[in-house]
Ligand binder design. Sequence first.
Ligand code: ATP
Ligand code: MG
Length: 280
Amino acid sequence: MHRIPRDHPRYESLRIRQLLVSGAERGLAVREGLLAHGRGEAFDYLLGERTGPEARRAARAAAAALLLAGRPVLSVNGNVASLAAPDIVRLAAAIPGAVLEVNLFHRTEGRARMIGRELRAAGRRLGARGRGLRIFADDPDARLAGLSSERARCHREGMLSADLVLVPLEDGDRAEALKRAGKTVVTVDLNPLSRTARAADITIVDNVVRALPELWRRVEGLRGAPRARLGRILGGFDNRANLARALDRIGSRLAALARAPCPPHPAPRTPFNGPRRPSR
Ligand code: ATP
Ligand code: MG
């Protein structure tokens, strides 16, 4: 793993990227996952790389939905395992009855097993609550209708019988198939225009590394609240309107940046703008 200088202006972004690269090197994530991360990074840049009010509002509604659900399932793919395994395990442990299920777009049983081990290790570090978590990883025994090939495979006692699924960084096809199967779909997706973001009941437009800790805080804050209050929080949330506000935020941020003064001149010297070597 490369050491990233602490004083690098984009330290946090590079640190997150490095987490995913080392996840890929360990075999948790695949190359396609690196590309998907790049798309996410572009939207994070546009959003200012922080958790906005829309993301916080969606996280509150998602926490209420998770606490109201009878059979909530938290889906984990290679990118989520690489970037946020301890966060998703801690979240699952905070929600009564929640289970974790490994679900891969490019599925191999070896990779599913490895991610299962990663989640169990994070659970053990969490103590008794983490050790008691149900984790479905390899050997799926069911199929989700409306999807072809390996992507449809899931667990009967996990995703197949879930009434709510949290599917961070999901592909649009599967999000739509889960909706058609009658499940409440909650997602974390930096792209407010993706099919997943639009198909879900609740979309948290934020980086998964920030969104899962925020969601955990919301769950902790609402656990034990009367069901009627949770129902009101959920009922007052409108995903379409919230996505529209996230897009508006990007739009007005870009408009403000377009009018902002240019960076100081002369620009700091970088390998790309330094003096040119005399040509021979
Ligand atoms: P869709 O299939 O939903 O239309 P897509 O085909 O554009 O989306 P996928 O690769 O299927 O993209 O899904 C990955 C999604 O995850 C993308 O929308 C991407 O913006 C988002 N994403 C990638 N990295 C992160 C991250 N760290 N946090 C949150 N979202 C992310
Ligand atoms: Mg897709």
